[in-house]
Design a protein. Structure first.
Length: 263
């Protein structure tokens, strides 16, 4: 970012009341999870997405160098979900992402009648920008969701800042990794038609690929599995990234059109 661009960003931040931590986010280097697929496009892309009718602009910039205006706050709990890490105040979100995740939570609750809800981790800070522990999560379009376990474990929502179970053990998916429910969770998310990437450890993606083959659904699951992209430190959660809201013309979308289907 050249000096003129920096001065312009600084002026915008001062005029809109962003915090100094958000200012730092404007100059952060591109994160590892964006390095492989770093092509971006403006929000007038050729993709045909279903949008929610939101009047306010919310998402600014790109996922790893952006901000968030007029944000919604993710409720601490609702039908089929709870919010973790509540003391971190990382539940600020665009309306589109909140509605997608809440809809998926309802579908999972109705489908499985499980005692454990979806457990939502970090989304973004108020105003967006740099979020401790993350290279992205800057404009309200990224969200972390704890992977579902066979023993239906529920984390204490008021404690900690990390997910408490690693589902990769000695190079294999652990026996507590719920293949059926995690696959259905990812399937519902992708069916929103708003997902670009879902970051997940390659060991767990391979386990899901084998699972779909074992139940005879691999061919129909190729598009769903194709959204899964390996990023380190995603053995305990999925990181969901969605497209820009229609009401956010200054948002940039990551080009995911070259992602190969399947495994």
């Amino acid at each position: 970012m050249d000096a003129i661009s920096r001065a312009f960003v600084l002026l915008i931040i001062i005029m809109t009341g962003f915090s100094l931590s958000s200012l730092a986010g404007a100059f952060e280097a591109e994160p590892e999870e964006s390095m492989v697929h770093s092509r971006v496009m403006q929000n007038d892309s050729h993709f045909n997405f279903p949008f929610f009718q939101i009047e306010s602009e919310q998402a600014l910039g790109i996922y790893w160098e952006g901000h968030l205006t007029s944000p919604d706050h993710f409720d601490n709990e609702g039908e089929g979900y709870i919010k973790l890490f509540r003391k971190r105040s990382t539940g600020w979100v665009t309306t589109d992402l909140a509605m997608i995740v809440k809809d998926v939570a309802k579908k999972m609750a109705n489908q499985f009648q499980a005692v454990d809800p979806l457990q939502v981790g970090d989304v973004a800070g108020f105003g967006g920008g740099v979020l401790d522990g993350h290279a992205s999560h800057q404009n309200g379009l990224d969200i972390d969701i704890r992977l579902l376990s066979k023993n239906h474990h529920i984390q204490e929502p008021e404690k900690g800042a990390d997910f408490d179970e690693n589902f990769v053990m000695k190079g294999h998916a652990s026996s507590n990794f719920d293949l059926e429910r995690n696959y259905q969770l990812i399937k519902h998310i992708v069916e929103s038609k708003r997902v670009t990437f879902i970051f997940l450890d390659r060991v767990l993606k391979s386990a899901l690929c084998r699972y779909t083959k074992s139940i005879g659904q691999y061919e129909s699951a190729k598009t769903i599995l194709g959204h899964l992209d390996h990023v380190v430190s995603h053995q305990d959660h999925i990181h969901v990234r969605i497209t820009c809201p229609q009401s956010s013309p200054h948002c940039q979308i990551q080009d995911f059109s070259l992602l190969p289907p399947g495994c």
